[in-house]
Design a protein around this ligand. Structure first.
Ligand code: UD1
Ligand code: MG
Length: 467
């Protein structure tokens, strides 16, 4: 939760700033090159649109690229305006804990929760998008409106968290509620296709009998195992919907706890969104019409990339604004919706590999098995200004105390790299995210024939629908 600040204590953040808010031009001068280089990840994904064979689909994607450009421009223009408001009447601001060593910056109060600007711009563009994409097509309108409902609900929750500092139980239960419209509307498969090397666990090869484990699975209400596919296809039924709800809860919280250094929250979201976009466009290059779930998912991701890139420009080190939990929840839910409505929620998990590692590593602190300080973001070496792992104190059995590194992927990476600048750390972590996303795309497309035996699975999945 940002510290509610006393506005008169705020110093201007950078030359050319007025009323505590940076102008768009001055900010783009500070972070323009870096923003452009991170943004090129999304731009590269957009290039795939050139190879989409269906002209209508291609036109629709180009429209969305236009919305992304508009989203970037609107957000860049509005952030300075809203920065002044958040520090003024909003009284929302926080100190940059990564600048504690820097006398010129450590007392500066930075406007918080500016994710609300990118979020509102995104929602506005989607509403305009409904006019363009879904007029006369009630099913498409309903699907996009469902996405809007879930995302808006989460954004509101994020803003509440910024203002009220919500307890964890709300952060876990409310995303579940937010995901419900998506589940009601979900019309994709509820089956999973097991990789070939795992099928022996559920079915006997060459026969239609199930193994004891397969038999046990078949007894679970709602689950069916396709005997004809020799264990290739499991229909999880209602449990698949449970999985998707958990995915929504995970996505919204995972970005928020992999945070604390300038640029990381919008940067990781942008890289993941670019990977989703690339996956969708690659699928559309292979074929697909206006009803394709991949087109719908790409239409969500393009404006999201535009507004997030603009927010990133203001959040890169030295941060001129903080994105707040508003952005983390908005981004997590938007990404979850794109995966669920795009019908590739399992691939989405591959893109979240760093966040999954960070979450699993964090579990002892999150569940208070060991102490969890309010902030786990890295510390700063006062002499060099470089980032170092932050620590917590633990009581040993002999009564003495010891310090241990906070259990975050950020601190772990710092332990491996040694002390580095904040901006370098952001680059390293975003580099890891890019590698994870490229590996995810590769696993989905290149390895599917090796592990999944696509033709067999497709036939079996078709039969599984009748099970
Ligand atoms: C989560 C993390 C917390 C981390 C915090 C940083 C868990 C359980 N919680 O808490 O460990 O410290 O995010 O976002 O893992 N800030 C910076 N530099 C940044 C971003 C944030 O100094 O680049 C500081 C600012 O003071 C800002 C505050 O973090 O006001 C925002 O923290 P908040 O998002 O409210 O923390 P949580 O999401 O609760
Ligand atoms: Mg946060």
């Amino acid at each position: 939760m940002p510290t509610a600040s006393t506005p008169p204590a705020a110093k201007p953040m950078e030359p050319g700033a007025s009323g505590g808010a940076p102008s768009a031009a001055s900010r783009l001068r500070v972070a323009g090159v870096e923003t452009a280089s991170i943004g090129s990840v999304a731009a590269a994904a957009c290039l795939l649109a050139l190879w989409i064979p269906n002209a209508e689909v291609q036109r629709s994607v180009i429209w969305s690229i236009g919305l992304a450009a508009a989203g970037f421009a609107i957000t860049v223009m509005l952030i300075p305006v809203f920065s002044s408001m958040t520090l003024g009447r909003g009284n929302l601001g926080g100190r940059d804990l990564g600048k504690r060593h820097d006398p010129a910056r450590r007392d500066t109060v930075i406007p918080e929760s500016l994710g609300i600007v990118s979020g509102i711009a995104f929602l506005g563009l989607l509403i305009v998008g409904e006019l363009v994409f879904t007029r006369g097509r009630p099913d498409a309108y309903l699907e996009l409106s469902t996405a809007l409902l879930s995302i808006t609900f989460m954004m509101l929750l994020g803003f509440m968290d910024d203002v009220l500092d919500l307890k964890w139980r709300y952060k876990l239960v409310l995303p579940l509620v937010a995901s419900m419209p998506l589940l009601v509307m979900y019309d994709g498969a509820t089956t999973i296709v097991l990789p070939r090397f795992m099928r022996f666990l559920v079915a006997e090869a060459g026969s239609q009998s199930l193994t004891p484990l397969g038999g046990l699975l078949a007894l679970v209400p709602g689950v069916s195992v396709d005997r004809h596919s020799e264990g290739a296809v499991l229909d999880l039924g209602v449990w698949y919907l449970v999985f998707m709800s958990l995915l929504a809860i995970f996505c919204t919280n995972a970005i928020n706890i992999y945070a604390g250094i300038n640029g990381l929250e919008p940067g990781q979201s942008l890289v993941i969104a670019s990977a989703i976009l690339a996956t969708n466009l690659l699928e559309l290059v292979g074929g697909g019409d206006l009803e394709s779930p991949h087109l719908h998912s790409a239409r969500l991701m393009l404006p999201f990339c535009g507004v997030t890139l603009a927010l990133l420009a203001f959040n890169l080190s030295p941060a001129a604004v903080f994105v707040g939990d508003t952005f983390c929840y908005f981004a997590g839910m938007t990404i979850a919706v794109a995966g669920i409505q795009g019908h590739f929620s399992k691939t989405l998990l591959l893109f979240f590999a760093p966040q999954i590692i960070n979450f699993l590593y964090s579990v002892p602190q999150l569940f208070k098995v060991v102490p969890c300080p309010r902030h786990r973001l890295p510390g700063v070496d006062a002499a060099t200004g470089l980032m170092v792992p932050s620590t917590y104190e633990i009581k040993l059995s002999d009564g003495s105390t010891a310090t241990r590194d906070n259990m975050t992927l950020i601190c772990l990476v710092l332990r491996i790299t040694g002390p580095i600048k904040e901006a370098t750390l952001t680059r390293v972590l975003l580099g890891i995210q890019v590698v994870a996303c490229c590996a995810g795309i590769w696993l989905r497309f290149a390895l599917s024939s090796y592990t999944l035996d696509v033709e067999q699975a497709a036939n079996a999945a078709a039969r599984a629908a009748d099970l």
